[in-house]
Design a protein around this ligand. Structure first.
Ligand SMILES: [Mn+2]
Length: 246
């Protein structure tokens, strides 16, 4: 994989965009959902992806072109091939890197504009399933959000945040219920890392105060609103409802 182009800032004129999450490299889902997007919302040309992407770029290009999708901006998750992605991003600090006809990988953090609104992308999350993964094969330390990235993200307000990780104290009932019940039986040390990761997203969320935050990672679809009016949308994962919204 190589970088075809890199940019520090992007201003998209799109009045509507898709936001999707947690496709987990599944080409079957790609070839189901992308043609469906073209039928549901012809003319929408941008997908924002909230991470756990790990898609084959050639397949994404193939299906995107047929669906009129011109770009996919990927906010990286925890399950990503960071051995491939990190060197590309590290070679272009602060820049989004285009790795195929339509796919752009976003650095952490990254700001861009959509229809005059300020968007803040903050990828990364802690893997609660790390115990069952192997470093260098299907787990990399670059999944974790760094405190310096948190501080950089807090530089000024934003209208919309796209993250992989959920903020802590989520107003989304499905997310708080999931976290309270730990149905995956994940170990305590992993849950502690996960909570720390959510606290990092909360710090940014409370600082930049976006009207809307969309995230993946939890694999449950739902939305909620804080007492001070901030909306949060949790996206489902592939093959479940709510993996995509526009
Ligand atoms: Mn994830």
């Amino acid at each position: 994989m190589k970088t075809l182009e890199s940019v520090g800032r992007m201003a998209l004129p799109d009045p509507r965009v898709w936001v999707c999450g947690d496709w987990h490299g599944n080409v079957g889902w790609l070839q189901t959902v992308v043609p469906a997007m073209a039928r549901l919302a012809p003319g929408v040309t941008t997908i924002l992806h909230a991470g756990d992407w790990w898609m084959d770029s050639k397949s994404v290009d193939f299906w995107s072109v047929r669906a009129g999708i011109e770009r996919v901006l990927v906010t990286l998750g925890n399950h990503e091939p960071y051995d491939e992605y990190a060197p590309l991003l590290d070679a272009h600090p602060g820049h989004a890197v285009r790795v195929s006809d339509v796919v752009w990988l976003l650095p952490r953090p990254w700001r861009f504009e959509v229809f005059g609104r300020e968007f803040l992308s903050l990828g990364g999350a802690a893997s609660v399933d790390r115990r069952w993964r192997t470093e260098g094969k299907d787990w990399w330390p670059q999944e974790r959000i760094l405190d310096e990235q948190v501080e950089a993200a807090c530089s000024r307000p934003a209208d919309v945040m796209i993250t992989h990780e959920s903020p802590g104290d989520s107003p989304v009932d499905a997310v708080s219920q999931l976290l309270a019940s730990n149905p995956g039986g994940f170990p305590a040390d992993a849950l502690a890392e996960s909570a720390a990761s959510r606290a990092q997203v909360s710090r940014v969320w409370n600082s930049v105060h976006p009207e809307l935050l969309l995230h993946g990672h939890m694999h449950v679809s739902g939305q909620g609103q804080t007492a001070d009016g901030r909306r949060v949308v949790s996206l489902g994962r592939l093959r479940r409802s709510g993996t995509s919204r526009y």
